[in-house]
Design a protein around this ligand. Structure first.
Ligand SMILES: [Zn+2]
Length: 313
């Protein structure tokens, strides 16, 4: 995500689509999307983690009903509430969230865990002590944005507008400061989806994120370590081999069998254009991250192809 803000030349706190700063995130007149901002898409995978983190912070600050804890009493309240919410999430889902990982690499909140809890929005709302309608709306919007079917943009826009009202004056959460991701998906989903040639799920970061595992393996096992330059060259060349359409096609069947199948909930189906074509709880395939087996199979194929090629010359 950091790279995204470098490419768009925006601050990580301002909106890359309309360039609004946090104080204007709910000001509809100032949140007019700019064409050059729309091309960067929605990043629907990271949106799941970012929205979940936002909801966590709303839950922590719910007693104070102020976004910035200023007095020592307010700070203590947020700290106590954090421990309570973490325990409630652990009791409900058996998952520990928002705890620093040993070794200093981020915290225990990951995309897959967030996706798991968003699949049960009512249970999540209860664990976070938040409004069930708000959590369900976010869960549905994220589900639709990560979906590879044609989206009913007008209907989704209405849902986003309803959700925005919860944070505006008179809304249940009018004391919160919405995050850049929450602003982007609620205010700009419609324009971004309309500009994309396919559904937003096709532009998810899932593929590139899954590639991290392969890159690590190629770098560790198949690259010379004598200098940074040769190491990067070897990793790049191996990647070029692996992405060759002929070599990749040899592993497609094996990969498809390993794909995880999940059902698309009814509340997400409502926001699809051809929903009548789908049976209730349709099964859809989800790109899984590359498994270790997949890396080994790919090695074997590349080795065999290289071996056959050598025999030919
Ligand atoms: Zn914006």
């Amino acid at each position: 995500m950091e790279r995204f803000y470098i490419i768009t030349e925006t601050s990580s706190q301002s909106c890359p689509v309309c360039e609004a700063t946090p104080k204007d995130f709910l000001n509809r007149e100032k949140c007019i999307p700019k064409n050059e901002g729309l091309i960067h898409g929605l990043q629907p995978l990271h949106a799941i983690i970012n929205v979940f983190n936002f909801l966590l912070h709303v839950a922590y600050k719910m007693d104070n009903k102020t976004w910035q804890a200023r007095t020592s009493e307010q700070k203590k309240n947020v700290a106590d509430r954090k421990i309570e919410i973490q325990q409630r999430l652990k009791n409900a889902f058996g998952i520990t969230f928002d705890v620093p990982r040993t070794g200093g690499f981020g915290n225990t909140t990951t995309g897959n865990l967030c996706r798991r809890v968003f699949a049960e929005p009512e249970k999540l709302a209860e664990a976070l002590c938040l409004d069930a309608e708000m959590v369900t709306n976010f869960s549905t919007i994220l589900g639709v944005l990560n979906c590879k079917e044609e989206i009913d943009v007008i209907k989704l826009h209405e849902l986003c507008q309803q959700t925005i009202q919860l944070f505006e004056e008179g809304g249940l959460y009018n004391w919160t400061k919405i995050s850049p991701t929450v602003h982007k998906i609620l205010f700009h989903s419609k324009e971004i989806i309309m500009m994309l040639p396919l559904s937003s799920g096709y532009f998810s970061e899932e593929g590139s994120e899954a590639k991290n595992k392969l890159l690590k393996k190629f770098r560790l096992s198949y690259a010379r370590k004598s200098s940074v330059k040769v190491s990067l060259s070897d990793t790049f060349n191996r990647n070029m081999d692996a992405s060759d359409p002929i070599i990749f096609s040899l592993c497609v069947n094996a990969r498809q069998q390993k794909r995880k199948h999940r059902s698309l909930p009814k509340r997400v189906l409502q926001y699809l254009v051809n929903k009548e074509n789908f049976e209730e709880n349709i099964e859809f395939t989800e790109e899984s991250t590359f498994s270790d087996n997949f890396v080994d199979e790919l090695d074997e194929y590349i080795f065999n192809v290289e071996f056959d090629f050598e025999k030919l010359i």
